[in-house]
Design a protein around this ligand. Structure first.
Ligand SMILES: O=C(O)CCC(=O)C(=O)O
Ligand SMILES: [Fe+2]
Length: 357
């Protein structure tokens, strides 16, 4: 392997600009020691019952025969609700996905627990789950949190640095592959267009916690609104709910019957009043809340308007009057006609009414 993994390694206090420029260049970064030992223990404790009851053959050949997988982490794993809004990750999301969307949201959450005997996963790009999207603008940013150490013998993720910018047909050679070797508590962050896959495992286990984010206009891989029962959702705070896609991202997008979707989840005074009048939209508190995490929308309104109205001056006023008169007459005739029709329907002996001219 030719690639020196150190080139993409950062720590939790590295500058976000440095992390971002590496991400743009190689399509991936590893940020080390983001989770503490205690965090890791908590996650392991919370996922254990689900891992224990999960059989090895995880659904299909893409997911792996010796890999345990399960989803609905926002419902099942309280600690994941905290990790999903890690501030470094949100910062990177602001500067990547928000270049082509008003918001981003969680699209996938799942545990990927690779066991000895697992063959390498087919190399792929995650964005192709949705469509064969080009690399610019980015629509998907994935994070894979190491809950155990990742290395070359236990299925550590294999990736192709820089491949997020390759054309579709280009196949990687052996020396272009790298392994995301990282200690538990680190996170691998990669663009959806990066070529990657879980590695081959000959020894031990490797637990990864995958949280993937997409632009708000893409369908979620795991339907978050249905993955978490409504009574559990209603205990979440506004920031988390919006991250799950339960959000109004512009005047009309994401609403339920014209109202902010949070109305239906958070049944308190503040959210009940989240109706959608124009004044609230333009001046109200709601919009300011929406703007809190946005570095793209720096104006009150996200809409662009085109200030032109159809000019009827080409019709001269005299003929306009004549047109209106004719329309009125036509209306009278139509209503007279429909009255006759309804009379005829009542009196079935008249089968063929004379047309009224
Ligand atoms: O588990 C891994 O290392 C990666 C898995 C993966 O890329 C996927 O299932 O899409
Ligand atoms: Fe993948």
């Amino acid at each position: 392997m030719m690639f020196d993994i150190k080139q993409i390694k950062f720590s939790a206090d590295s500058s976000v600009d440095d992390i971002l420029s590496c991400l743009k260049r190689y399509g991936c970064v590893i940020i080390e020691n983001v989770l503490s030992k205690k965090d890791i223990e908590e996650i392991q404790f919370q996922i254990k019952p689900y891992l224990d009851s999960c059989d090895g053959d995880s659904q299909n050949s893409f997911n792996g025969e010796f890999t345990k997988r399960f989803g609905r982490l926002m419902y099942r794993i309280p600690k994941a609700r905290e990790i999903v809004r890690n501030s470094i990750i949100l910062n990177l999301l602001d500067q990547t996905l928000k270049t082509s969307a008003y918001e981003y949201k969680l699209t996938f959450d799942g545990i990927m627990h690779v066991m000895a005997g697992q063959e390498a996963q087919i190399l792929h790009r995650d964005n192709t789950h949705f469509a064969n999207t080009p690399s610019t603008p980015p629509v998907l940013l994935a994070t894979l949190w190491a809950i155990e150490d990742f290395h070359q013998l236990n299925g550590g993720t294999v990736f192709v640095p820089g491949s997020h910018l390759w054309f579709d047909e280009r196949q990687p050679t052996q020396d272009e592959l790298a392994c995301a070797t990282m200690k538990a508590g680190s996170v691998l962050v990669y663009y959806g267009n990066l070529i990657h896959g879980a590695g081959r495992s000959v020894f031990g286990t490797r637990t990864g916690l995958s949280l993937q984010y997409s632009v708000s206009w893409l369908q979620q891989e795991e339907n978050q609104a249905l993955s978490v029962p409504i009574d559990v959702l209603s205990t979440f705070d506004e920031e988390l709910l919006k991250l799950l896609g339960i959000n109004r991202i512009s005047r009309n997008c994401g609403t339920v019957d014209g109202k902010h979707p949070l109305n239906f989840v958070l049944n308190d005074e503040k959210h009940r009043s989240m109706s959608m009048t124009d004044s609230e939209y333009n001046n109200g508190q709601i919009h300011e809340l929406d703007l809190k995490h946005s570095n793209v929308r720096d104006e009150k309104s996200t809409d662009v308007y085109y200030h032109q109205t159809l000019d009827n001056n080409f019709i001269d006023p005299a003929s306009l009057d004549a047109i209106v008169e004719r329309l009125k007459k036509a209306e009278l005739i139509t209503s007279a006609f429909s009255q006759v029709i309804s009379c005829c329907n009542e009196d079935s002996t008249i089968e063929d009414p004379e047309p009224i001219i």
